[in-house]
Design a protein around this ligand. Structure first.
Ligand code: AMP
Length: 399
């Protein structure tokens, strides 16, 4: 019987999961899938390691199943389909590790209480991440569960990059910059060491451009600065999030337009970004297909903001040797990559058009002063790698 690790990324409306069997001590992706539309009409799709669908299930519209009930189902499925696999641990994406958690950690009741105390810092994500941990603990109390933090990769940032220019007492209360998408950037930094060690030791802008989007300045594998800060709302324009905003806008909306905190939260998280500016869609593909000028304006703003923030991060690193594109847009959208790269031509970055169109791994020209790569991110694998390493460190505490 081979050992296996499950990685879970439990969000408000979806749960992504991966099953990694350990072959020669290395996690190999054996199956994975997604439970989507939780709270509306849940849909479960499970694929094998080659991407073929091996299980599908739909719940009726309006089925108000809780995360717990859905995870029960998922666990049942795992139990009946994973003959030959012994699950040795579950790794979880946990959005916020606060100021304390700089590395993955095995969760027990005391750790869970500390992670719960961080919920006010990430109210839209953290409670769902922790609900999954509680659900698994109820099903299988002795199974090791490892929390892997989205903030941890950015613990390497210098204090100056973590400060907000607010009164000191606020940073003592945790109101500071943390950074997110850390599992994705950690994975990119590792992959880069494997495929391009020279660039990995240099100064790299990594762009996680998906529905949520951010940039990270990575120097020799360490986070120097990143565009998301206190929350995952900061920085780039995103699918439905505004990104960085003059804080005066929020004051104006409250005082002049009488909006409540909840209304502003909905506006900035769910109604802004590509969706808000285009009035059409949060999805980049849909915007490319539209001939409505508002779609073109939304795309232009996305590119403008990404290039502008990249400029700030290049300055934070004192230069740039490479740029890596990842996530839905970063991996699949040659038009956006070319447009951002064109605005960064001053760095000496030159894109190979044919390679870019083909979503090739290397998309800069041989003469380009800056190397440009496309690297598919794999947060689930990163969670599995962290989970395994945490178990191994526990087994050999004096190593
Ligand atoms: P993610 O959040 O990483 O799944 O990324 C979602 C975003 O990636 C959406 O805006 C999609 O339109 C975009 N996307 C995904 N696949 C493609 C593709 N093949 N071409 C262009 N954009 C894509």
């Amino acid at each position: 019987m081979s050992q296996a690790i499950i990685s879970l990324n439990s969000g408000s409306s979806s749960i992504k999961f991966g099953l990694f069997s350990l072959e020669g001590g290395v996690p190999v992706h054996a199956a994975g899938g997604k439970l989507e539309k939780i709270g509306i009409a849940p849909q479960l799709t499970i694929r094998d390691g080659e991407g073929s669908i091996i299980a599908e299930k739909e719940w009726p519209q309006g089925a108000s199943l809780t995360h717990q009930a859905l995870l029960d189902d998922l666990y049942d499925w795992a139990g009946s389909h994973l003959a030959g696999h012994e699950i040795i641990a579950v790794g979880h994406r946990v959005v916020h590790g606060g100021a304390d958690f700089a590395a993955p950690v095995r969760v027990d009741a005391a750790i869970l209480a500390r992670l719960e105390a961080l919920c006010p810092l990430a109210p839209l994500h953290q409670p769902h991440n922790l609900a999954a941990i509680r659900a698994i603990a109820a099903l299988s109390p002795d199974l090791p569960q490892i929390a892997c933090f989205d903030t941890a990769f950015h613990h390497a940032m210098e204090p100056v990059a973590t400060r907000l220019a607010l009164p000191r007492a606020m940073s003592d209360r945790g109101i500071r910059r943390y950074g997110f998408h850390g599992l994705s950037y950690d994975y990119i930094a590792r992959r880069l060491r494997e495929i391009d060690p020279e660039l990995a030791s240099g100064r790299v802008i990594a762009g996680h451009l998906g529905n949520g989007a951010s940039l990270c300045a990575i120097h020799a594998g360490r986070s120097v600065d990143t565009t998301m800060g206190f929350t995952a709302l900061d920085g780039l324009m995103m699918g439905t999030r505004s990104g960085a905003l003059d804080p005066g806008v929020v004051i104006h909306l409250m005082k002049q337009e009488g909006m409540s905190a909840d209304e502003i939260e909905t506006l900035l998280y769910r109604e802004s970004g590509l969706l808000g500016v285009s009035g059409i869609s949060s999805d980049m593909r849909t915007l490319h297909e539209s001939d409505d000028p508002r779609a073109a304006e939304a795309i232009a703003l996305f590119v403008w903001r990404a290039a502008r923030e990249a400029g700030a991060l290049i300055s934070a690193m004192g230069g740039i040797d490479g740029i890596v594109f990842t996530a839905g847009i970063g991996e699949n959208d040659p038009v956006i990559r070319a447009a951002i790269a064109a605005r960064l031509a001053w760095t000496g970055l030159e894109i190979d058009e044919a390679a870019n169109r083909a979503n090739a791994p290397l998309i800069s020209t041989p003469d380009s002063r800056v190397t440009a790569r496309v690297i598919p991110t794999d947060e689930e694998r990163m969670i599995a790698l962290h989970t395994l390493a945490t178990l191994q460190a526990e087994a050999t505490p004096w190593a």
